[in-house]
Design a protein around this ligand. Structure first.
Ligand SMILES: *[C@@H]1O[C@H](CO)[C@@H](O)[C@H](O)[C@H]1NC(C)=O
Ligand SMILES: *[C@@H]1O[C@H](CO)[C@@H](O)[C@H](O)[C@H]1NC(C)=O
Ligand SMILES: *[C@@H]1O[C@H](CO)[C@@H](O)[C@H](O)[C@H]1NC(C)=O
Ligand SMILES: *[C@@H]1O[C@H](CO)[C@@H](O)[C@H](O)[C@H]1NC(C)=O
Length: 368
């Protein structure tokens, strides 16, 4: 993937390692009233546990959660926390907002006052409603937020609801599954097909953001898509075990398009503020300089089976590595607790290389 390192990389990496230490030492009260989280398995903290059917992607069994408090599988595709959990901790929350589906049927005093927030993310979903089977699509996640918003308004009044929501953080982490679905239907798309697919994806992404804005969201915290062509699963499909370039190219196209779209929205929608956190930049840094960031294995998953442990998900009978903190990948498609921690630190308080035009901390602290 990479050749020589640019000159900025060393200071940036040292700063990253320091960030992790700083995030650990910090114990301030929450910087925003609530976090509302939308997206796919990179953000899901257990939504899919509440969905019926055998087609639903799940992670509520071992070895998932082996490093979670009390070694509990929760539905997170991780050995421990995921990136959203670490973001919530960095924001000063004691815990990650719960899956909306776990609180939807009971009145939660804190959440209906617009505090803490809720997580709508559903593994397997994408930007497009056609991506994923038996999961909660992105459009449906936005609808679920609309119902929660009604409860908040009913509880504290329309005006107070508008105020508290305008100060809250709306996190979106999605797009990888749309690219996988497109690729599995056509692994050798033409330039025109790639272009058409990407621009449609960006336009749908923009629609979701506009819908959230219409429901009162003002602080949009977008997490971009990492170089998914280098995950253990795509690598296991490549005859030489290399990254699958088409997937990475589509990812760069989507990330670029979303970046431009967010910039455009901030110019046209009054009060709209955003940050794009780059999990792409973080994963690339780890792949280029694993040792300096404490990693030893950046191609093979810690848990799985077959080539690169990329041929199956992390099931109870899968192989499990010992030194989990030294692995970039937990399973065939997802990062470890260690990777997520580094990514969240970089996105929360890192330089423009990791979050732009401001970082998530600046977005959270912005007074509107
Ligand atoms: C964020 O970064 C700034 C500047 O690099 C630093 O002064 C500050 O201590 C960091 N804060 C946290 C919470 O990491
Ligand atoms: C919530 O209630 C609906 C209908 O009353 C039911 O179908 C659903 O399973 C319930 N969800 C949870 C998480 O209990
Ligand atoms: C929202 O209000 C409805 C109707 O009062 C109630 O059934 C539901 O449990 C509430 N949901 C939340 C998250 O408070
Ligand atoms: C684990 O068991 C499941 C069925 O129980 C099977 O589909 C899967 O291939 C097995 N995985 C490994 C790594 O043996």
């Amino acid at each position: 993937m990479a050749t020589a390192s640019p000159a900025w990389i060393v200071p940036v990496l040292l700063a990253l390692a320091a960030l992790c230490a700083a995030a650990e030492a910090e114990a301030s009260p929450a910087k925003v009233p609530a976090m509302y989280v939308f997206g796919d398995s990179t953000a899901d903290v257990g939504s899919n546990n509440y969905l019926p059917g055998s087609a639903v992607p799940r992670a509520n069994f071992p070895h998932n959660g082996v490093d979670f408090p009390t070694s509990r599988p929760t539905g997170r595709f991780s050995n421990g926390y995921n990136g959203i959990d670490f973001l919530a901790l960095n924001m000063g929350f004691k815990r990650s907002p719960p899956p909306f589906l776990s609180v939807a049927n009971r009145t939660n005093r804190q959440i209906t006052r617009g505090l803490l927030g809720a997580n709508f993310a559903s593994a397997g979903s994408g930007v497009l409603d056609t991506t994923g089977d038996s999961i909660v699509s992105m459009s449906k996640q936005v609808e679920q937020f609309a119902t929660l918003r009604c409860n908040i308004s009913a509880r504290i009044g329309e005006e107070a609801a508008d105020t508290v929501l305008s100060r809250s953080l709306f996190v979106i982490s999605t797009g990888g599954n749309d690219i996988f679905a497109f690729f599995s239907a056509n692994s050798t798309p033409t330039a025109a097909q790639k272009q058409m697919f990407t621009s449609n994806l960006v336009s749908q992404y923009k629609n979701h953001v506009k819908a959230l804005f219409g429901l009162g969201a003002r602080k949009l915290a977008v997490i971009d898509v990492p170089p998914i062509g280098c995950c253990p699963y795509p690598r296991s499909l490549h005859p030489l075990g290399a990254c699958i370039d088409v997937l990475n190219e589509l990812t760069r196209g989507l990330n670029k398009g979303v970046k431009d779209a967010m910039h455009g929205l901030s110019a046209s929608l009054g009060g709209f503020k955003y940050s794009i956190g780059s999990s792409h930049a973080v994963v690339q840094s780890i792949m280029k300089h694993p040792q300096r960031l404490g990693f030893k294995e950046v191609t093979t998953a810690c848990c799985g089976s077959g080539k690169f442990n990329g041929k199956s998900g992390c099931t109870p009978n899968a192989t499990l590595c010992d030194n989990r903190h030294e692995y970039l990948f937990w399973d065939l498609l997802h990062p470890t607790h260690a990777t997520s921690k580094l990514a969240a630190a970089a996105i929360y308080n890192g330089s423009l290389h990791f979050a732009a035009p401001i970082n998530f901390r600046q977005l959270a602290e912005d007074q509107c």
